[in-house]
Design a protein around this ligand. Structure first.
Ligand SMILES: Cc1cc2nc3c(=O)[nH]c(=O)nc-3n(C[C@H](O)[C@H](O)[C@H](O)COP(=O)(O)OP(=O)(O)OC[C@H]3O[C@@H](n4cnc5c(N)ncnc54)[C@H](O)[C@@H]3O)c2cc1C
Length: 351
């Protein structure tokens, strides 16, 4: 870092937004030797990244396209990515590839699941499997056919802790995290749904919006068990003896952080789906707002309003799963001018 007059330091990269996208991009840049500064008036993990669910769940292994391939690559990168973050910064992101179980509703779903088992063998390149099992008991979803799908690609992390762990790792590499600071060097905007709203306003057309989600955290120790996907719910055991239940999906909302009866309904459904959770104590109810670009895919590349700046936004429902690959392509673009961003993830896809 170069010293400026008055004791301030010059940085190579300024990142606005200390959510998972901003922090991960800062980390990727810092690892390449850049001096980085993350600026967020609300602090680390103050937006949708500061939550409790943390399912890193793959797309179904069929109808492959560049978006699914990018996400697969990112899920494959996750284990070494988070291990290095933990190692360098000393924080624990709570990552583990514990897999996932899903019930099979009927004969048609069974046929589909069998076809997906075959395509996964090819598309997942031997890295992970999609298999069918019968007679799963205990920590398993009730299944009308008796069959459950197990995949070994799904992983979990602890969102809030992952943000803290990344922040620590960035600082360990000499990076700074500040509430206020001027733009210096390359500038990246990773400001979540508020950023998408500001963009829509500046461009006078909708390019993205916030989608609120509510989730519940229970005390129940199933730390090494697979997560469950049942009736649209993610039931995610964490390493600290908690289980997260996610999430609602609300396009209309007046308060971004309030919880209400929809959160209770989530809990009721989870307890019906997995009676083991019936008496589990509620530790937290949490709400956040997901950044959804108009394309529904991440929005990466040159910033369409701030000249010379970059944008990393639109993580929507799978931001954590996309994080390692997003960080790498953004560092490639900003530091090396190497543009590897898939067409569907470009800013233009939402304009
Ligand atoms: C209930 C719920 C459950 C979810 N579950 C999952 C899941 O299981 N798996 C998954 O992968 N994803 C999940 N997501 C989605 C995931 O949380 C998001 O995709 C991800 O957090 C987006 O990260 P981000 O860094 O882009 O945005 P954010 O985390 O919102 O960060 C944006 C940051 O920008 C800051 N900011 C805003 N304006 C400015 C400004 N002008 N200057 C500087 N800083 C600014 C904010 O303070 C904030 O800290 C869930 C989301 C919710 C709400």
């Amino acid at each position: 870092m170069k010293q400026k007059g008055g004791g301030l330091t010059m940085v190579d990269v300024t990142i606005r937004g200390a959510g998972i996208f901003g922090l991960a991009c800062a980390w990727a840049c810092a690892k390449r030797g850049a001096s980085v500064r993350v600026v967020d008036p609300h602090g680390v993990g103050a937006g949708s990244s500061g939550g409790i669910v943390g399912a890193l769940a793959p797309h179904v292994p069929e109808n492959w396209n560049e978006k699914k391939a990018f996400q697969f690559e990112s899920l494959r990168m996750a284990e070494p990515f988070w291990a290095e973050v933990a190692n360098v910064g000393g924080g624990d992101p709570g990552y583990a590839r514990t897999g996932r179980l899903q019930p099979v509703a009927d004969e048609a779903a069974l046929g589909l699941a069998q076809a997906r088992a075959i395509s996964a063998a090819d598309l997942w390149q031997g890295f992970a499997e999609w298999t069918l099992e019968r007679g799963a008991q205990g920590w398993a979803p009730a299944s009308p056919t008796g069959w459950v799908i197990r995949d070994t690609l799904t992983a979990r992390l602890h969102p809030r802790n992952a943000c803290e762990a990344l922040a620590r790792a960035v600082v360990a590499l000499g990076g700074q995290i500040e509430a206020e600071a001027p733009d210096e060097g390359h500038v990246l905007w990773a400001t979540g749904w508020r950023g998408l709203e500001a963009l829509s306003e500046a461009l006078a057309r909708p390019v993205g919006n916030g989608v609120k989600g509510q989730a519940v955290l229970l005390r129940h120790d199933a730390r090494n068990a697979p997560q469950l996907f049942v009736d649209g719910l993610h039931i995610v055991p964490h390493a600290d003896g908690t289980v997260a239940i996610g999430s609602t999906s609300e396009r209309e909302f007046s308060d971004p952080s309030s919880v209400d009866a929809q959160c209770d309904a989530l809990l009721t459904r989870a307890r019906e789906a997995l009676p083991l959770l019936r008496d589990a104590e509620v530790l937290e109810r949490w709400a956040g707002v997901r950044p959804r670009a108009r394309s529904r895919a991440p929005m990466l590349g040159q910033h369409p309003v701030h000249e010379g700046a970059f944008i990393a936004n639109g993580g929507f429902k799978i931001g954590f799963g996309m994080t390692p690959a997003v960080a790498e392509v953004m560092a490639d673009l900003m530091l090396d001018g190497n543009d590897r961003i898939p067409v569907g993830f470009r800013v233009e896809a939402s304009l």
